[in-house]
Each structure stands twice: as C-alpha cells, then as structure tokens.
Design a protein. Structure first.
Length: 437
C-alpha cells in the first residue's frame, strides 16, 4: 500500500456502494447496537459506566468497518457522537505497550478546546483499560508535554501546529503509529492546517496505516486529501441531505446594525436560555459584547484565540459545569465546544461563510436534543442569508421583536435574485416552514 498516493479502486467503490445501498434499503429498520459489535468486556463495561445505551447512526456506521481495519471517511454533523465512533475502534485495537512501546494513534483536531474534550472521551471509554492518553496543544508549557510523552502514551490528541512542533523537536515519534484520525477535517483545512496535516501523515510511515476522516462537510479540498492519503476509503454519508440538524429550530431577525446589542439583551430576556453561545466575528467584538452583557446578566463569559490558555481552560470548565449561562465566542474557538446542555445559539454577526453557520448552530441540538438558533441580519446582509439557506437546503423562519423592526426598501433586482435562489433549493420543507418573499 502506498500511503502517500493511494486511490480508490473498483473493489472499494463496490464495497462503499454496497454499504450505502444497504443503508438506504434498511431505512426505517433498527440499526445494529453495541451488543452486535465485536467489543471487549472492558469496553462494554466502560460504555455502560459512561451511560451509552445504543450507538448513534454515526457510531453504528463507522465502528464496524473501522474495527475491521478499513480507512473510513464519514460526513456527519457535529453533535452526532463522532468522537466515540473513532475512539472505540482505536481503543479496541491498541496493542500492549510491551509489543508497541511508542504512540499508536494520533488524533488531529482544529482547536485546543476540542483536543481536551476528545482526550476526556478517550479516558472515559478506556476506564477499565490500562491506556494512557494525552492532549498536546499550544498555550500549555511544552516541557510538561515533553515529559508526559517521554513517560510513554498510546494515544495522542493534538492540534496540527503543536504536533509538528513536537515532531521537529524529536519529542514525538510516529513511526510505530498505525492509526491517524482527522477530526473536523474541513475546519482544519479552513484555518490553514493542510501543510501541517500532510507533514504529519507523511511522518506516520507504517505501510498498514489506518486513516479515519470525520467532517461535517466534504468540499473538494477534503476529497483531494482523501484521494492522496487514504487507502481505498469507505465513504459514509450521515448528512441525509440536510446539512443542519432537524432538531434545531432556526430563526432570523432583520435589525439595524446599531441596535443589534439592544436586541441581543431583549432576546436573552425573552428566551431565558439554559445555556447559550453568542457568536461574534472578531475578538475585539467578543470582548466588548461580553463586557456589556455582564452589566445586565450574571454568569457571562467570553473566549477567543488571544486569551491565555489557562484563562480559556477556566472559562470552559465553568461552561461545562453550567456555572456560565452565556458564552460569547469567535468561530475558531467556538468550533471546539462540545457541551450537550447548550439550548441556544445566537449569531450576533451573520457568518460570511455558509459552513461557519453550519458549525455554529451545530453547538446545540446535539445527540438528538432540541435546540434553537437565531441569526441577526443587517440591511446589507440579505444575500448572506440567502446563501446560508441554499447551503442548508432550508428556509430560516422570520422572528420579530416590538420596537426592533427594520424598514428598508429591497431593490426589485435583489428580490428577483432571492426568489430564484430560494426556489432552486431541492426538497423544500412543508409550507409552514416557508416565509413569504
């Protein structure tokens, strides 16, 4: 197997086609459970202790072929149990440290917060196993990480930049690693990690390397990466043509840019969210909005890339413990937040990239829970809203708050373009989910 240039063969295409055909033909039938999988007694005990009863569709689809050693590329929304889908087969296949002393699996993630959360999931699922897992990322003292690596670990979770740093220092050797996971691969490519990812993949020199790639979206850049670095991957699509989860109610407000903060306060007062994330476009805006909100509401925090890592860790701990009720965040940091108790997402700034919208609202409605997302749209952002709707194949519902109505005259040319764009969407929902244009 050529790990630097593997391409899909006709045989693998037949396997992938058979899996997809089977998935379609069995729609509505009961999927396989953990009891049907070839799992060890220790893993079953860990699953029971962690409260796992039945696998999510992503877990039911990815775990069996991953256990059989196939490369797998899975497209699935965030909050669908992706971490366990690769953690379980990795833990089940780890060799004894006596047989392989070095790192056996490397998991790459886009953010520091996600690295910590993936490590915690591994530790939870390996509760009855003698397995050592560590997370390496920037913002923490590298000397401490070097000491942990020197003492021996089987699984390393890290951001590409810090992983490269350790490889260059000679403190991380991946020659014995047999598994590489690219988690949230689309986001890693979006923020410029492709050169680092390719260098890490080349550093894993075993010819029998297994590569697992999980991504909410599959743009051409992801397809090129899989063609070049994966060996006959099985392609699994769990998106069901709906990029955004059906459990998330999605609304928008049209609002004057100068009145967005006043609307934000009124919306929080109206909704009384259990926990909410407010997404802003800039770090400065994140600080400003959090500071202003804290003058009215208790338990408000903020997080962005310029903050010291120890501060970010404290903020995230408070948010996971539900001490913080409202968290103001930027896209890059917010992408790594995996907290199931989030009830509301508020896009204070309309995302300029459609995929950013998908990833933002994916912080709520996780693992089948219900959630709600609101997007503030200023008078010059109507085209961004249309692009988002076309991307998610769904119309957002209009919402309004007394005193915040935005009265602008939309050019006739734009109205025609908007009607044509929305009408071109495939598989529109029932009429009650459409708005008058």
């Amino acid at each position: 197997m050529d790990i630097d240039g593997g391409s899909q063969t006709d045989q693998t295409n037949e396997v992938a086609s058979a899996i997809n055909d089977s998935s379609e033909s069995n729609e509505g039938e009961q999927q396989i459970g953990f009891a049907d999988m070839d799992l060890s007694r220790d893993m079953r005990r860990s699953l029971e202790r962690a409260g796992y009863e039945e696998p999510s569709p992503v877990q039911a689809g990815v775990i069996p072929p991953a256990l059989d050693g196939y490369d797998v590329m899975g497209q699935a929304q965030t909050g669908t149990g992706k971490t366990a889908s690769f953690a379980i087969p990795i833990l089940e296949q780890l060799a004894s440290p006596k047989d392989i002393a070095g790192v056996q699996a490397i998991i790459l993630v886009p953010t520091r917060e996600l690295a910590g959360q993936v490590r915690e999931e591994f530790e939870k699922l390996a509760y009855y196993m003698d397995i050592k897992t560590t997370a390496i990322y920037g913002g923490h003292p590298i000397k401490k990480q070097i000491e942990v690596l020197k003492n021996g670990v089987q699984v390393v979770v890290g951001t590409p930049g810090r992983v490269i740093d350790h490889i260059n220092r000679g403190t991380l050797n991946l020659h014995e690693a047999w598994c590489v996971v690219l988690d949230e691969a689309d986001r890693m490519l979006d923020i410029g990690f492709r050169p680092d990812i390719e260098k890490i993949l080349r550093a894993v020199t075993r010819k029998d390397r297994q590569t697992l790639l999980l991504s909410a979206t599959v743009p051409p850049s992801i397809k090129r990466l899989s063609t070049q670095y994966m060996y006959e991957p099985i392609m699994l699509d769990f998106s069901n043509t709906n990029v955004s989860a059906d459990t998330i109610d999605q609304f928008y407000f049209t609002v004057d840019r100068k009145r967005k903060f006043a609307l934000l306060k009124r919306l929080i007062q109206r909704e009384q969210p259990h926990q909410a994330i407010v997404f802003c476009r800039t770090k400065r805006g994140t600080d400003r909005i959090a500071q202003q909100l804290s003058e009215t509401f208790d338990n408000v925090g903020c997080i962005h890339g310029d903050m010291n890592q120890s501060v970010r860790d404290r903020v995230m701990k408070k948010f996971r413990d539900e001490t913080l009720k409202v968290l103001v965040a930027t896209d890059v940091v917010g992408r790594g937040i995996d907290v199931t108790s989030i009830s509301h997402i508020i896009n204070f700034d309309t995302p300029e990239d459609c995929d950013d919208y998908v990833h933002r609202i994916g912080r709520t409605g996780r693992m089948g829970r219900e959630g709600v997302a609101y997007t503030f749209v200023s008078d010059d952002e109507g085209e961004l809203l249309t692009k988002i709707e076309v991307r998610i194949n769904r119309l957002l519902e209009p919402d309004a708050m007394e005193g915040f109505e935005l009265k602008v005259e939309t050019p006739v040319e734009y109205k025609k373009e908007r009607v044509a764009a929305v009408a071109a969407m495939r598989g529109r929902g029932p009429a009650k989910h459409r708005r008058r244009l």
